[in-house]
Every structure is written in structure tokens, then in C-alpha cells.
Ligand binder design. Structure first.
Ligand code: NAP
Length: 310
């Protein structure tokens, strides 16, 4: 009887502490999103550079930063889309310059890096959004990826972030002001079977951001890793829902965190809450649930592939 009482008290204690912990996190998140003033981006270098800027989260960041007074260098793969986004941005009359550069980040070799560096190093870049990234077409076993897919994913998700950061850091450090934003993914937080390389590449982004922030924040340059769960974009192949914001909704919150020393953040509160709850659950349980979900998505993907080849 005494033992039972002790267990009951311990269980109530653990649940209460966990609930309090979640409440404190949520209050701090709400304060930082809605009450803390956003950074004054006019104090940063004139330009913001956004990779993967013609769609989804990248496009939304280009518009949000232009609205805050930053001139924008859009970098993406498809020239016609870059021209369209440039026109759309100019039509907003934010009084900023808009420029673009065509770059296929899946082929970001030394020659491509030099081409981008030549343009970027001429600009006083205050903000860099390393957004471009790719995932699998659908969840699959690592050995089902082609060698090309393996290389492209690493180049787009890791090399782009590392080399773009190296291009802007010297100028930012010289001016003692700069904000780098690296778009990671919730997939970095868990063991993600059937998306192993994607999840691994995004974990790299998180660790890289943490360490870079620790190296340079005292010199005026912050590096922040923003962690979306699902956002309604082409990449996610999802529509807007309660837990799935549009890119503009995600970025309207995300921009309020840019430049602060909150190194890893899920700006959309319902994403953050999902993360805190999943953190409490045993990782083997989370991983086995994800495996089941991904196996069923893989089955549908394989079926579609088979239909295409028929
Ligand atoms: N959406 C989500 O649910 C979600 C969740 C977690 C993390 N993320 C991360 O968020 C970032 C943005 O994703 P998103 O969902 O906004 O994607 P998206 O809507 O599909 O947009 C992708 C952007 O990247 C560009 N792009 C694609 N391949 C490129 C290449 N090889 N070289 C240069 N640019 C290229 C596209 O330009 P083109 O149109 O010219 O191809 C487009 O501007 C990614 O890093 C992704 O991993 C997204």
C-alpha cells in the first residue's frame, strides 16, 4: 500500500513537472514571438541573400525581408521564375533593390561557387537565408536512392549552406553585424528511418549552426537554425491545415526570431509544441511509429512509379 502511494506521488510529480516545463517553454516562445521587438534590419548590411527564393519558404523570406527594407538577391535554379519573383517584389514598391542569380545548387562545384561568390562578395550582405534544400521523392531505403540522388542531396543541403556562409561571413565580421538563418527540418530531431540521408543532412545544419553561432555571436554575427515541421509547399506536397502553416505564415513568425541568439527554433508554436512532446517520448517508440508511416508512404510512391513506367 505504502509502495503504491509512493509510485502514485512520483507519477503525479513527474506529470506536473513535465506540464510546468511545457508551460514555461510555451510562455517564453509566445513572449519571443509576439512581445519581444523584432531586430531592426536597417542596422544590418543593405542586402539580404536568399537561396531557393522562387517558391515556398525562401520566397516568403524574400518578401518579408524586402518589406523590412532589405535589398534582395534571389538565388535559385529557374531563370523564368526568378524574373517573375523579381517583378512581383518590385511591384510591392518597398523601395529596395532586387537582383537575381541563377544557380543550380545540386551542382554547386568550385566553378559554381566562384560564380556566386563573385556577385555576393560585391554586396554588403546583412542577412543570409540558407533555405535551399531537397528531400527524397518519397521515403525509401537508403540503398534504393541512386548515387546521383545521394550526391545531389548532400550538395544541396550541406555544401550550399557551408559555402554560402563562407562567402558572406568575412563582410559581416568586418561590419560586426550579420544574421545567418539556416533552414533545417524537424527530421533532424529524430531517428528518421527511410529518410536517413535527409535527416542526417539536416542534423548537420543544426550542429553547424550551433557551433557557428557560438564562434561568432560575440563578434556581432548570429547563426540561427529554424526548424519547420510541415509547411504547405511543393516540397512537402501538403495543403494548409492547423499544424501546417503556409510559407508566409511560417515566415511572418520566423522573421521575428532572426538576429537573436536563439540558436535552434521552431517559430510556429504548434510545431514547437509537437517537438517538445516528441522529445518526451522514447526515441525507439517515435522511430518505430515513423517507420510504419514511412513504409506506407513508400508503398504509395512505388505504386505511382510503377504506374508511370507502364
Ligand atoms: N515544406 C516543408 O514542410 C519543410 C519542412 C521541413 C524543412 N523544410 C526545408 O525548407 C526549405 C525550403 O523548402 P520548401 O518546402 O519551401 O521548398 P519548395 O517550396 O519546394 O521551394 C524550393 C525552392 O528551392 C529552389 N530549388 C530547388 N532545387 C534547386 C536547385 N537544385 N538549385 C537551386 N534552387 C533550387 C526552387 O526553385 P525552382 O522552382 O527553380 O526549382 C524553389 O525556389 C528546404 O531546405 C526544406 O528542406 C521544408
Amino acid at each position: 500500500m505504502v509502495e503504491y502511494k509512493l509510485i502514485e506521488t512520483a507519477a503525479v510529480g513527474i506529470v506536473t513537472l513535465t506540464a510546468l516545463n511545457l508551460l514555461v517553454k510555451a510562455l517564453s516562445h509566445l513572449y519571443k514571438t509576439f512581445l519581444r521587438p523584432a531586430k531592426n534590419f536597417k542596422k544590418y548590411g543593405k542586402w539580404a541573400v536568399v537561396t531557393g527564393a522562387t517558391d515556398g519558404i525562401g520566397k516568403a523570406y524574400a518578401f518579408a525581408l524586402a518589406k523590412k527594407g532589405k535589398s534582395i538577391l534571389l538565388i535559385s535554379r529557374t531563370e523564368s521564375k526568378l524574373q517573375d519573383v523579381k517583378k512581383e517584389l518590385e511591384a510591392k514598391n518597398y523601395g529596395v533593390e532586387v537582383s537575381y542569380l541563377v544557380c543550380d545548387y545540386s551542382k554547386f562545384d568550385k566553378a559554381a561557387q566562384d560564380k556566386v561568390a563573385k556577385v555576393v562578395k560585391e554586396l554588403d550582405v546583412g542577412v543570409l537565408v540558407n533555405n535551399v534544400g531537397v528531400s527524397y521523392r518519397y521515403p525509401m531505403y537508403f540503398m534504393e536512392l541512386t548515387d546521383n540522388e545521394v550526391t545531389n542531396l548532400m550538395t544541396m543541403n550541406i555544401d550550399s549552406t557551408v559555402w554560402m556562409s563562407r562567402m558572406v561571413l568575412p563582410g559581416m565580421l568586418e561590419r560586426k553585424k550579420g544574421a545567418i538563418v539556416n533552414i533545417s527540418s524537424a527530421s533532424a530531431m529524430y531517428d528518421l528511418p527511410l529518410l536517413a540521408e535527409y535527416s542526417g543532412s539536416k542534423s548537420f545544419i543544426e550542429k553547424f549552426s550551433r557551433a557557428l553561432n557560438a564562434e561568432y555571436k560575440s563578434k556581432g554575427v548570429t547563426t540561427q537554425c529554424q526548424v519547420p515541421f510541415y509547411v504547405a509547399t511543393k516540397l512537402a506536397k501538403m495543403r494548409k491545415a492547423l499544424m501546417v502553416p503556409t510559407p508566409s505564415e511560417f515566415v511572418a513568425l520566423g522573421i521575428k526570431w532572426v538576429g537573436y541568439d536563439d540558436c535552434v527554433v521552431s517559430p510556429f508554436l504548434l510545431h514547437a509544441i509537437q517537438g517538445w512532446i516528441l522529445d518526451i517520448l522514447p526515441s525507439s517508440f517515435v522511430s518505430s511509429v515513423i517507420m510504419k508511416m514511412h513504409l506506407s508512404t513508400r508503398k504509395r510512391g512505388l505504386k505511382k512509379d510503377a504506374q508511370k513506367t507502364e
